[in-house]
Design a protein around this ligand. Structure first.
Ligand SMILES: [Zn+2]
Length: 155
């Protein structure tokens, strides 16, 4: 909160400062009071830097969520639910602190990773489920899973 206020104050100071400079190249600005860049080149440059910054900030979290999703798909295959050992999932790189959202119900907290969710049945038993509202998986994924199951003699 303190930090946010400081940032907000800095923005206000900048907004009303006598020295009006371009947010990108720092050259003095003339004209409209709400002008923030000298021209479209500086505006585009500014947004390009912001995009790169957001990408950098998102990268680590996205990689962790994607890894979790990969692990869930791998262990679940075509099943809509299953129970797995916490340690087994961790060994595959599952990070229990990364999720996209969570809901609380009678069984406890449902931790969503996109359209899969997991909850702890016991300390070491984790139940994974596919959200019933999930959109159907691409057909090629189903074909690949079926081939895997056939190869393992399960079907
Ligand atoms: Zn500029």
């Amino acid at each position: 909160m303190e930090k946010e206020n400081k940032q907000f104050q800095r923005a206000l100071d900048y907004r009303y400062s006598a020295e009006r400079i371009c947010a990108c190249c720092k050259k003095q600005l003339f004209g409209r009071i709400d002008k923030r860049y000298c021209d479209y080149t500086c505006k585009n440059q500014f947004h390009s830097v912001m995009r790169a910054y957001r990408r950098e900030v998102n990268k680590e979290v996205n990689a962790s969520l994607d890894r979790n999703y990969q692990v869930m798909m791998e262990v679940m295959g075509p099943e809509e639910k299953g129970v797995f050992n916490r340690t087994e999932l961790q060994r595959k790189g599952f990070d229990f602190s990364s999720c996209t959202s969570y809901k609380r119900n009678a069984f406890g907290i449902m931790n969503y990773v996109y359209n899969y969710y997991w909850f702890a049945r016991t300390n070491n038993k984790i139940e994974l489920r596919l959200d019933p509202k999930a959109q159907p998986l691409p057909e090629m994924v189903l074909r690949r899973w079926m081939a895997d199951l056939r190869a393992r003699g399960i079907i």
